[in-house]
Design a protein around this ligand. Sequence first.
Ligand code: SF4
Length: 235
Amino acid sequence: MQCNVHGLSHVAAHWFPVNETFDSLQGEGGFTGTPALFIRMQGCDVGCPWCDTKHTWPRDEARLVSQGEVKAKTALAEGSWAWFDVEQLADVAHDSAARHIVITGGEPCQYDLRQLIGRLQKTGKRVQVETSGTYTPYVGRTAFLTVSPKYHMPGGRKVLERALERADEFKFPVGKRSDIETVLERLQPYSERHGTPIWLQPLSESRTATELCIEAAHRYGWRVSLQTHKFINIR
Ligand code: SF4
């Protein structure tokens, strides 16, 4: 099998390591409540301590399974994955009733997504990509890009200005007051320049974090995003 995804993010990729594909509702940000097909890529080296998809971090060849097994996953959060090419993912899109597709991870922007996004859009569906902003987003011009910037994470990756410039929305996890300062210093200038909405996401929906988010949203004209899928116990 030709595999051009190993570190060659500038080369248009045809094959992608996929952890799971499933229909659900987008639970976060501006598309909250939208029925969506999720395509979860395998692989992430950012290392966020609170990550709720740690099973997507390693691309362990020992966990390689068939496409059927990946498509048949239910609520299992586990690290098996399969290679899919662009046409096979277009078939998955055709089979889904959802009109919105979310490419997530893991870190999907490790891979050049332009060809895949173009093909998925040809199925008549809108494509959203969720990224940490630590890779150049090769997503073309018409995909909706959600950037959730991850600063000073154990993986040591830096948030890239070109990702912040390209963002259609920002989503920022907030656990403490200094996180609000980070949003003010690092994201608000882009928001003011481009009108990019800023969504604050209280970590673990704790009382303290939620109150911080509400207070800041009032003060600065930002918004609060809750992980609504968790409230109704869906993927
Ligand atoms: S970037 Fe996303 S997938 Fe990667 S560690 Fe952070 S939260 Fe998890």
